[in-house]
Design a protein around this ligand. Structure first.
Ligand code: DER
Length: 233
């Protein structure tokens, strides 16, 4: 799977990170390190002119560790290109994101970019959202409201919404913004119209952001087990 991640990341960088690009958004997850690796390989000369805007703590550390210049999100009204991972991508390039609970900042940088490109391994290349990523739609919520959001997600039709608990930490996962994350599975009928579901979830009081990215992704690169790449665009 690591080879597939690397192949997707390298192809996406080679095709979408151009010498004239100076502000680049860097997403989160386990595929994005290969994106940073490939950008660093473009050389110090071109990277000296670039700023890299992170989507969270992990992303910030990746940029610093690669010796690239950290850009502050407030300093750049526009981003040339943002590259990020995803948990699942359908054939219309709608994405489930938030497996890493970074999707608020990820969506901010995805929308601010002239081009948003997703990189992933073959496990994320889906047709109907939810068919591969079964954990549910990640929903970032204000801690004060989480119990009410759980109730309202059930009322909306979520089959079994769960507060995301830490693995190596007692208690719930806390995002870089100090919020909680709920994973909300929905029946197929809801997942057929991710844009509609996105709005319905977003309107629940206490919801900060929803891990459904609709109409934002322009290209998605998937590394396959046989070393080939599948591109959706
Ligand atoms: O949370 C996210 O959306 C991240 O981009 C992440 O889930 C991507 O998954 P990866 O670790 O397989 O790259």
């Amino acid at each position: 799977v690591e080879g597939a991640k690397r192949a997707a990341a390298y192809a996406a960088v080679d095709n979408h990170v151009k010498p004239q690009h100076t502000v680049i958004g860097i997403g989160s997850g386990s595929t994005v390190p290969y994106v940073v690796e490939r950008i660093a390989q473009q050389g110090e000369a071109v990277n000296a002119k670039r700023w890299f805007v992170p989507t969270g703590f992990q992303s910030r550390e990746l940029i610093i560790d690669a010796g690239l210049k950290l850009g502050d999100v407030d300093s750049f009204p526009f981003i040339d290109v943002t590259i990020d991972g995803a948990d699942e991508v359908d054939n219309a390039l709608n994405c489930i994101k938030g497996g890493g609970a970074c999707h608020l900042r990820e969506k901010v940088l995805a929308e601010a970019a002239k081009e948003f490109v997703v990189v992933a391994d073959y496990r994320k290349n889906g047709s109907l959202l939810g068919s591969k990523w079964a954990q549910g739609v990640p929903v970032e919520v204000a801690p004060f409201a989480y119990a009410k959001v759980l109730q309202n997600l059930k009322r909306l039709g979520s089959t079994n919404p769960q507060l995301r608990m830490g693995k190596a930490k007692a208690g719930p996962v806390v995002t870089d913004n100090g919020n909680f994350c709920i994973d909300a599975p929905f029946p197929e009928t809801y997942m057929r119209d991710p844009s509609d579901l996105l709005v319905r979830i977003k309107l629940i009081t206490g919801v900060v952001e929803v891990g459904l990215f609709c109409g934002i992704c322009k290209s998605a690169y998937f590394g396959n087990e046989d070393g080939t790449i599948t591109i959706k665009s």
